[in-house]
Design a protein around this ligand. Structure first.
Ligand code: PHE
Length: 341
């Protein structure tokens, strides 16, 4: 029995040394010292011993129990500390690591182009003005000398809010000419960028919403020569010095005479390429001398004052600048597209 008890001690000690977590140690305690454990099993055989041997055996049992308990306690401390240490290491925060920078967005490519144009006009003494996208027909059409019956006034072309066609989404930024003339002191030098709306189906070159930049100068003695000189300068700033332009006669109800401005293709020098679709020329804007009827309608005497105006599509300009071939990309806000600029 003595040998059995010593063997139990050796086995238990060995197992306790090898245990490396608290649960395992508890299992071992139950296995060796528990009520149904191995020590109890040995002590059950005490009955076989002589009365002199029993207290000796009892003493030995107490000693072994004490040793095992002591070792369990020691081991429990070591294992608990090691586990805590591991946990701390796992959850450690290195405060010296550099922080993660939040990703910053950037300006939309079309607004880069708009900013460039604003800078050019500000440099020439123009003011940037803003106006309503929801407009009265009077301002979008009538005061601009666009008569009843003009095709652009049709329900099929224009978004109207009311059945009497009085309120609409502006189809052009030209109503800003009227607002400027009615509210600003003369002389006037403004550009007015903004959204415009037309009933167009979406495709690679059309969208029911797009952007225009309106420009206007009203002063004494302003002529077509001023229009040409100013717009030539703007074109050179956008497309580079020496860019060739041509002013083609055109018709707008609110300017007389009217023209469209083309630039000779800056990619092929006029030979014809994919950028200019083989034409050699790229249409940039519509312009003209503000119609005397429009001036007098705003209370400005056309015998004293004259002026010029232009309207330019912003998307088309941005598409040319960044070689974007599909208008939809500009409005879809797909970051994979936008990130490239
Ligand atoms: N509003 C005209 C358009 O949308 C452009 C334009 C503006 C023409 C100013 C002449 C003067 O086509």
């Amino acid at each position: 029995m003595k040998e059995l008890m010593q063997a139990l001690r050796d086995k238990a000690m060995q197992a306790i040394f090898e245990a490396d977590d608290v649960e395992k140690l508890e299992e071992l305690r139950i296995k060796y010292l528990g009520k149904k454990g191995e020590m109890t099993a040995i002590l059950r055989q005490m009955g076989k011993l002589s009365p002199e041997e029993r207290p000796v055996m009892g003493q030995l049992a107490n000693q072994v129990r004490g040793e095992i308990e002591g070792l369990l306690e020691e081991r429990r401390k070591i294992v608990t500390e090691a586990m805590l240490e591991k946990k701390l290491q796992r959850e450690a925060i290195d405060v010296t690591l550099p922080g993660r920078k939040p990703q910053l967005g950037h300006k939309h490519p079309m607004y880069n182009v708009l900013d460039q144009i604003k800078d050019i006009f500000i440099g020439m003494g123009f003011e940037i003005v803003d106006g309503p996208e929801v407009e009265r027909e009077e301002y979008n059409f009538t005061k601009l000398n666009i008569d009843e019956g003009h095709p652009s006034r049709e329900w099929t072309d224009t978004f109207y809010f009311t059945p009497d066609s009085k309120i609409l989404l502006r189809t052009q930024t030209s109503p800003m000419q009227i607002h400027a003339m009615e509210t600003r002191p003369l002389p006037i030098r403004i550009i007015a960028p903004g959204r415009v709306y037309r009933k167009d189906e979406v495709d690679a070159t059309h969208s029911p919403m797009f952007h225009q930049i309106e420009g206007m100068v009203i002063d004494k003695g302003v002529t077509m020569a001023d229009l040409k000189a100013t717009l030539n300068l703007v074109v050179e700033k956008i497309y580079g010095k020496g860019t060739v332009t041509r002013f083609r006669p055109h018709h707008f109800p609110f300017t007389e005479p009217s023209c469209e401005l083309d630039i000779q293709c800056h990619k092929c020098g006029g030979k014809g390429c994919s950028t200019c679709k083989g034409e050699g020329w790229i249409e940039v804007l519509g312009a003209g001398m503000v119609h005397p009827k429009v001036l007098s309608g705003c209370g400005i005497d056309p015998d004293v004052y004259s002026g010029w105006a232009f309207g330019m599509g912003l998307e088309r300009l941005a598409m040319g600048e960044y070689k974007i071939t599909d208008l939809r990309l500009i409005f879809e806000n797909d970051v994979r597209f936008l990130e490239q600029f």
